[in-house]
Design a protein around this ligand. Structure first.
Ligand SMILES: [Zn+2]
Length: 90
């Protein structure tokens, strides 16, 4: 967070930068996510159907468990064009 008196030039920093659209942002994120999923060499099928398209979900990071209660694992859909991600109880 910024504290104190703004210095000269800060309006440019906060307001004048070229902004991307929400669509551009989301498209970038989807592309990054799909690249990550393709690159997950240790991703493992888990026998659970994707709630969006019905394909078998992957544990995208099988060696990682979210230490919540109950503990969870990250899952993702490998299907072309389906971007479902979520968590399953470990
Ligand atoms: Zn899916």
């Amino acid at each position: 967070m910024f504290h104190g008196t703004p210095a000269r030039g800060l309006p440019e920093y906060f307001g004048m930068a070229k902004l991307k659209t929400l669509d551009e942002h989301n498209r970038e994120k989807v592309e990054a996510y799909e690249a990550e999923l393709r690159g997950c060499v240790d991703a493992r099928k888990n026998g659970i159907a994707c709630p969006r398209c019905g394909s078998e979900l992957l544990d995208t990071h099988p060696s990682l468990t979210l230490m919540s209660y109950p503990p969870k694992k990250r899952v993702g859909c490998p299907s072309e064009g389906c971007t479902f991600t979520g968590y399953r109880i470990a």
